[in-house]
Design a protein around this ligand. Structure first.
Ligand code: AMP
Length: 428
């Protein structure tokens, strides 16, 4: 199938060819036709599948073929969970609309609102936004989404995970009832289905197994290792393997900072990206990583979600996630754009249950290797790490203090106060 046969306008085809795309990805093939027909769509697709173009191209086609008000009310709203994803989606919207008379903008928290407001004042057809800043500006009467015709909810599962349900509901109430709705999610829990039912009107369901970020396309391996030897092992793997670049996941922000410092001490250029870092620091870390000046990016799950890092050769789980789906998201960061990737997990005794759950989810056993000098501790407890505990470097789960930090703490807080939009806006 070609992009031409999907019925996209010449101006869009020109932009697509400028991007170097020759054929639509599976999700694009499946999602673009019903979106062009004006149907609501529920799509199962994760980052790396080409989902952004999957909704952006038909959306831009519709807007440009049906021009309306010269004052440019916001006609399409794309809601994303994180600032980084918002910025990336906006870049795509800009690229694809290069040859169209369409104006777009992005708004997210953590930065001064003034330039965003100035852009909105000049008129915007397509707005990409995170929920917090969107509602903030709307509360200040600085924007209106009363005339939105197409609403896109991107990474809906992560939205719920981050406690944005109430905000999404508020946003929905501010838009006209008659509109097209497109919802994208990597996973489909009961909550996601419930949300889909409340947003979508007789949706067409499309599904795409990511071509190049499927679990099968990625070589996965587990290193069984003592907890207090993980840092030395990862440094050895990076150095001995002469890795050009790696994305490393830790479970907590403190863990990310600590590991980054140790890498730097070992002479490996590294940067951490997590919710306690300012927007500027995160952008700088990501830019350094993309340029190649940063060799190792150490990230927490929420911070890494949706980052477009092409051709990433190595993803390392310094700690396994306690939510199995996060494993799939993490390793989806490698082996993209046709390249083969390697996903390695350093697993200590207390992560045994997490590993089992992950294997259950992906439906396969992951190959295990033990490296001499980095053997697992035979006396270590296999009791899982309790949520909120941060015990990197410790060998005994029961002795360690409950240091309620990082993501789990955020989760607890979130559960208590899902209405706290300002709080949400500061996260990830
Ligand atoms: P996404 O899943 O939207 O984050 O896209 C993942 C990556 O695939 C991005 O770097 C896109 O630029 C790229 N991409 C999207 N569509 C295509 C396509 N049809 N052919 C080649 N690359 C694509």
């Amino acid at each position: 199938m070609s992009f031409q046969s999907l019925g996209l306008s010449d101006a869009l085809l020109k932009a697509i060819s400028k991007k170097g795309y020759t054929t639509p990805s599976p999700i694009q093939e499946k999602a673009i036709p019903p979106i062009l027909e004006g149907r609501d769509v529920l799509a199962s697709a994760q980052t790396g599948t080409g989902k952004t173009a999957g909704f952006t191209l038909p959306l831009l086609h519709y807007l440009s073929e049906n021009p309306k008000d010269k004052f440019r009310p916001i006609r399409a709203l794309i809601l994303t969970p994180t600032r980084e994803l918002a910025a990336q989606v906006y870049e795509s919207v800009k690229d694809y609309s290069e040859f169209l008379n369409i104006k777009s903008a992005v708004i997210f928290g953590g930065v001064n609102q003034k330039p965003q407001v100035a852009t909105l004042r000049r008129g915007v057809d397509v707005l990409v936004a995170t929920p917090g800043r969107l509602l903030d500006l709307q509360n200040q009467n600085l924007l209106s989404i009363k005339r939105v015709e197409v609403f896109v909810l991107d990474e809906a599962d992560r939205m719920l995970d981050m406690g944005f349900l109430r905000d999404i509901e508020r946003v929905m109430n501010l838009m006209p009832n008659k509109r097209q709705n497109l919802m994208f999610s990597a996973t489909f829990s009961k909550d996601i289905r419930k949300l889909a039912n409340s947003i979508l009107n007789q949706p067409v369901q499309v599904e795409a197994t990511p071509e190049n970020s499927t679990v099968e396309a990625i070589s996965q391996k587990v290193y069984r290792v003592a907890k207090n030897k993980k840092t030395d092992l990862i440094i050895k793997l990076i150095s001995d393997g002469n890795w050009k670049q790696a994305l490393v996941f830790t479970r907590t922000k403190h863990g990310a900072n600590r590991l980054t410092k140790k890498m730097i001490s070992a002479g490996i250029s590294a940067a951490a990206i997590h919710g306690n870092k300012s927007q500027g620091a995160r952008t700088k870390a990501l830019a350094g990583f993309k340029k190649g000046t940063v060799r190792v990016l150490v990230a927490t799950d929420i911070a890494a979600r949706g980052l477009d890092i092409p051709l990433l050769p190595h993803v390392v789980n310094f700690e396994l996630p306690n939510i199995s789906e996060d494993y799939v998201h993490r390793i989806g960061r490698t082996g993209r754009a046709g390249a083969n990737g390697q996903a390695l997990s350093l697993v200590s005794a207390d992560e045994t249950l997490y590993l089992k759950n992950i294997e259950k989810l992906i439906g396969e056993r992951i190959e295990v290797e033990i490296i001499e000098g980095f053997e697992p501790d035979p006396n270590a407890s296999t009791e899982p790490i309790k949520p909120g505990q941060n015990r990197q470097g410790s060998n005994n789960s029961r002795k360690s203090k409950s240091h309620n930090s990082g993501r789990n703490q955020n989760r607890n807080r979130r559960n208590k106060n899902t209405n706290s939009r300002r709080h949400n806006d500061k996260r990830n």
